[in-house]
Ligand binder design. Structure first.
Ligand code: B1M
Length: 211
């Protein structure tokens, strides 16, 4: 089994210049791309724990995030599947007030690999922007909403409410996810599905599109 220590250390300590070579080395040594990704995702959890214990601060957390993004860039072509079936359009974004996008980007990558055309609205997306995008894309039937902060869970609720108030709820299925989100919370705000990770999001998106 491949030893992911170097990959983990690179993300944890923000080796921005070296990460691409380190990930490439792991790939060349025969490590599974999905396992390399898993090691990086886990390390972001370690980074978050260190932040919580005041051992590191926002700048360090940001450099780790940028390092992970660069590492994911190397894996992207290897993770993307060859699913040529067109599943339609998938509108995706991180809610208003929330700047976290690594998880959202992974969801976008996996959903795209599953055959969707992803319309990524980015981060800090106001509810109205989701509404506008759905209105402008009548052939979109699945929307993904991400939130990473407990304080922005409310914005997720408001996003679902705004889509409903705009009369667009029957056009789209709404999927939600992100570290503080639970299946119970998803159900309480009227979302159609909650998934814990990007891989599951791709599977569920396909199921929802087929409904
Ligand atoms: Co922030 N941050 N952060 N942060 N950050 C967390 C989330 C935190 C848990 C850290 C901690 O204290 N332990 C904490 C939140 C606490 C809480 O709300 N209870 C926190 C905080 C407090 C903050 C600030 C408030 C800090 C400050 O300024 N004092 C601030 C808020 C800024 C804002 O958004 N307004 C802030 C800022 C930042 C950075 C900008 C520095 C950076 C983000 C950079 C970026 O994303 N471009 C950052 C980072 C990196 C983190 C941690 C360390 C890592 C997040 C991450 O990328 N994880 C995070 C700690 C942690 O998560 N343990 C933390 C890896 C990623 C792959 O996982 O995003 O969870 P994740 O995605 C997963 C699943 O959640 C799921 O799939 C992915 C895996 O496959 N998923 C979905 C996500 N979206 C989905 C959507 C779906 C389905 C599944 O369907 C649509």
């Amino acid at each position: 089994m491949f030893d992911y220590t170097t990959v983990r250390e690179a993300v944890e300590t923000g080796k921005l210049k070296k990460i691409e070579a380190i990930v490439q080395e792991a790939v060349d040594a025969g490590a599974e791309p999905v396992e390399i990704l898993g090691a990086m995702v886990e390390t972001m959890g370690v980074v978050g724990d260190k932040f919580q214990r005041n051992e590191i601060f926002v700048p360090e957390m940001l450099v780790s995030a940028l390092t992970m993004k660069k590492g994911v860039g190397v894996l992207k072509p290897l993770l993307a599947g060859d699913d040529v079936t067109s599943m339609g359009k998938f509108i995706l974004g991180t809610v208003a007030g929330d700047l976290h996008d690594i998880g959202k980007n992974l969801v976008g990558l996996m959903v795209e690999s599953a055959g969707f055309e992803v319309i990524d609205l980015g981060v800090d997306v106001p509810a109205e922007k989701f509404v506008e995008a759905i209105r402008d894309t009548p052939d979109c039937h699945v929307v993904g909403v991400s939130a990473l902060l407990t304080t922005t869970m409310e914005a997720m609720k408001q996003t679902v409410e705004a889509i409903t108030a705009a009369g667009l709820r029957s056009q789209v299925k709404i999927m939600v996810g992100g570290a503080p989100i639970t299946p119970e919370f998803a159900a309480s705000i009227g979302a159609d599905a909650y998934t814990p990770d990007a891989g599951a999001a791709a599977v569920v998106a396909k199921e929802l599109a087929a409904q």
